[in-house]
Design a protein around this ligand. Structure first.
Ligand SMILES: *Cc1c(COP(=O)(O)O)cnc(C)c1O
Length: 386
């Protein structure tokens, strides 16, 4: 492949023949839901993360929505939400009528500014949500002790954090629940899909029931006569299906290799771009903090940031796909700005990340020589901006 024809998309799932074979086996079995693959996928994910329980769902958003249903979130409750995250972190709470109370990011990592949380806690606060931004673990010990002191539920949005560890413990195991995504550009995929992990048997039992209409699972399992069951609560249909789970099982097998590739690509990019004038990199793995390396975010200085669309277009012309995580702080998305009237001045760090950053891919679809090529492409592109 010549450099002229090189094409590096931001994300591309690596599925392969074995995933295809696994899907065919599901189709031949005729069991498309309520089958052995979802159970096996849950078990593989549980074992990998070290969780006591893992419950598969239709998406990360579904897992978070279920977590707040379990909590019994209601109108006028408040939930702490990071300003710099995917919209799903906020929607999952707002859909139950709760008010999202947004907290700005810390500049070094883009993670929620833990020092700023306590001042936002009121008698109505029920939960703190965090996102491990771009896979960099939040300092959860501090979040959890704050939550304990105020009697709050803790939800970890781990959509970008498969393989993220803090002090050796996997992300999602510090709070009450950790919610993962298997959307195609994430670390592993099932098409659409998600997983909730927890150490609490009561939460696992409740989420399993709520994801399936509130049907009493034990009665379903124990029932002697097919079609007989009881419904003990409201619920949703947020299950993962057998086809997705079969793909997910194959992806789990390849996860260690995927993560190693991400790590190496990130190192090549970080080393190559560290000293480029006008560019700041967010802090990645160090000491107790082990990132899953979702991507590499470059924060451009004000002068370069004015030319961000041009820089991204030029990188695309050179075959380098880029993205922005996330294009606006959540409180400035129209849906929430119209509700609460947030301004960029209230969330200066999140606003800087949104308006000045470019995300470069580090996924396992990228080899070392392509990562090296990206470094040159980025340097030349930025040097050409005057
Ligand atoms: C992708 C993403 C989600 C949504 O995941 P789905 O599985 O698509 O619902 C939620 N939070 C974060 C941080 C994400 O990056």
């Amino acid at each position: 492949m010549t450099r002229e024809s090189l094409s590096i998309p931001f994300g591309r799932p690596l599925l392969g023949e074995q995933a295809g074979q696994a899907v065919l086996e599901v189709l031949e079995s005729g069991i498309l839901t309520h089958g052995p693959r979802v159970k096996a996928f849950e078990e593989a994910f549980r074992a990998y993360t070290g969780a006591a329980y893992a419950v598969a769902t239709g998406s990360c958003m579904a897992a978070m929505h279920l977590a707040y249903m379990h909590l019994g979130l209601k109108p006028d409750d408040e939930v702490i939400v990071p300003a710099q995250t995917h919209i799903a972190t906020a929607h999952a709470a707002a859909l139950w009528g709760a008010r999202c109370v947004f907290v700005d990011s810390e500049p070094e990592t883009g993670n929620i500014d833990i020092d700023a949380i306590e001042a936002r806690i009121t008698p109505r606060t029920r939960a703190i949500s965090v996102v491990h931004y771009l896979g960099m673990p939040v300092d959860m010990g501090r979040v959890v002790s704050l939550a304990r002191r105020h009697g709050l539920f803790v939800l970890e949005d781990c959509a970008l954090a498969i393989g993220s560890r803090l002090d050796g413990t996997h992300a999602g195991l510090f709070g009450d629940v950790g919610c993962f995504s298997f959307y195609p550009v994430k670390h592993i995929t099932t098409g659409e899909g998600g997983m909730l992990i927890t150490q609490d048997p009561a939460i696992a039992e409740s989420i399993s029931r709520l994801r399936a209409f509130g049907i009493d699972r034990n009665i379903v399992q124990d029932r002697e006569v097919p079609g007989m069951y009881d419904v003990v609560s409201l619920g949703l249909n947020y299950r993962l299906n057998e086809i997705g789970a079969a793909i997910g099982l194959e992806q789990m097998r390849r996860l260690p290799d995927f993560l190693a590739r991400r790590h190496e690509n990130h190192e090549v990019l970080a080393a190559g771009l560290r000293d480029v004038p006008g560019v700041r990199l967010l802090r990645s793995s160090h000491g107790r903090f082990e990132s899953s390396h979702y991507c590499l975010a470059m924060i451009l200085d004000r002068r370069l940031a004015l030319h961000r669309p041009k820089i991204m277009a030029e990188l695309k012309r050179r075959g380098v796909g880029t993205s922005v995580y996330y294009p606006r702080p959540v409180p400035l998305m129209s849906c929430y700005r119209n509700r609460y009237g947030g301004t960029a001045e209230e969330y200066p760090v999140a606003a800087e990340i949104s308006s000045c950053s470019i995300a470069l891919p580090v996924g396992p679809h990228i080899g070392r020589s392509e990562a090296e090529f990206m470094v040159i492409a980025v340097k030349e592109t930025l040097a050409g901006i005057s």
